[in-house]
Design a protein around this ligand. Structure first.
Ligand code: C5P
Length: 404
């Protein structure tokens, strides 16, 4: 099952040098299982040929409302009605102005105006020069189209074709693919704030060594993405991992358990949910040597003195807001045996309503996982699946419990 199986996307292209990225975007949408109907403005055809987009979408590309050879004489009405999502990428400043005023003098603006607003999401991926982006007229028009129900995806910052550097770059094709997938997910956490810990911690011994573990952070990052897809504002407190931040997620990097506790304390007051997936080191060295400890040192590694780290989840779970259930806490238990008993015991010990068990050696670094979801009345297994699928199921489960 692919993320966009059975989804029909209208991909609109306006005149912008970013059109070259739309070829890759089209390919990614098709690879993800979607059927893609490309519609181009005349200006877009100056930047990339309809033939290129036709080859990648495997469908005739539509460029004009006056084309008497198209199969559908009412294409301008039907195109957006048949779509699950309309995505305009790139969306030029001129096209945003047209949308803001309800103008409909070409096929693309026509189909946007004829789109059933409540049924078909319209995503706009703006692309323009920084001065055009920051111009009050553009910002005013963006506010208008957003108020009219379009989703403005924002822009990247960086080097522009014109030589300037700044805001206005179209988001990358992979980010746009994620946005399309996200907009199709149920918004079960709309307006909620979710705080997630992920990855291992690193407890320094000296400037070149430390105590850590094999957690990759993949499960926590997948949950961050799934929570954001579900409409939440997500803060991800990440230990040392080499993973890309899911688009739209605020990331706070930390190294040690104490830093992780500090970051969680800073963000917890506004959170509705804490999902603690981090594999926090249980112990840390009492003192960190300021220089590399040599083999022949007077303080050999065998006599390393450790102290227990604070338990972030248990601490938060005892806070007044968590006890009043204004803050819903979810923990993860990475075990190697007796998964159900260990997860149940850990749920009680940490004082959280929901504990998710998984087998540590089977999950660390893997793309798939199996979860055991344990609460006060029983348990449920989520069978082996990609971590993102499991994350979406878990988010639905959490949302259901919060609603209840
Ligand atoms: O005790 P254990 O490490 O097995 O507990 C696992 C759960 O507790 C995870 O949710 C983990 O993120 C959280 N935890 C924590 N702070 C610690 C240890 C664990 O938040 N110091």
């Amino acid at each position: 099952m692919k993320d966009l199986d059975h989804q029909h996307i209208v991909l609109g292209l306006c005149g912008s040098i970013a059109c070259y990225k739309s070829a890759e975007l089209c390919r990614l949408l098709v690879q993800a299982g979607a059927t893609v109907q490309v519609v181009m403005t005349q200006a877009a055809t100056q930047f990339i040929t309809p033939m290129t987009m036709q080859a990648l979408s495997q469908r005739p590309v539509l460029c004009s409302q006056w084309d008497v050879h198209t199969a559908d004489p009412l294409a301008h009405i039907h195109l957006s009605r048949e779509a699950d999502v309309c995505l305009i990428a790139p969306c030029s400043a001129n096209f945003i102005a047209k949308l803001a005023h309800g103008q409909a003098d070409d096929l693309l603006s026509l189909l946007c105006l004829a789109r059933p607003i409540s049924a078909v999401p319209l995503l706009l991926a703006p692309a323009m020069n920084p001065d055009m982006w920051h111009h009050p007229a553009t910002q005013r028009n963006l506010a208008t189209v957003a108020a009219d129900g379009a989703t403005v995806l924002g822009v990247g910052c960086g080097d522009m074709a014109c030589g300037q550097t700044g805001d206005g770059r179209m988001l990358e094709p992979a980010q746009l693919l994620d946005e399309v997938i996200a907009c199709l997910q149920p918004k079960v956490l709309a307006g909620k704030r979710v705080l997630i810990t992920a990855g291992p911690t690193f407890e320094a011994i000296d400037p070149v060594r430390g105590i850590t573990n094999l957690s990759s952070g993949k499960m926590g990052f997948a949950i961050a993405r799934a929570a954001r897809e579900a409409g939440a504002m997500v803060t991800l407190v990440a230990g040392p991992v080499s993973l890309n931040t899911p688009h739209g997620v605020q990331r706070v990097d930390v190294l040690s358990a104490c830093e992780m506790l500090q970051a969680v304390s800073t963000h917890i007051d506004h959170a509705d949910v804490l999902i603690a997936t981090a594999a926090v080191a249980d112990w840390r060295p009492v003192t960190v040597a300021s220089h590399k400890i040599k083999k022949d040192t007077a303080v050999p590694m065998q006599s390393l003195v450790l102290t227990e780290n604070p338990d972030i989840l248990a601490t938060v779970a005892q806070s007044p807001r968590a006890l009043r259930r204004e803050l819903y806490c979810v923990g993860f238990a990475a075990e190697s045996q007796d998964l159900l008993a260990q997860t149940q015991a850990k749920r009680e010990r940490k004082g959280v309503p929901l504990m998710v068990g998984n087998i540590g050696p089977a999950t660390f670094g893997q793309d798939n996982n199996t979860l055991l979801v344990v609460d006060d009345v029983g348990h449920r297994e989520f069978s082996n699946a990609p971590k993102l699928s499991l994350a979406r199921r878990l988010i639905a489960e959490i949302a259901c419990r919060m609603g209840g």
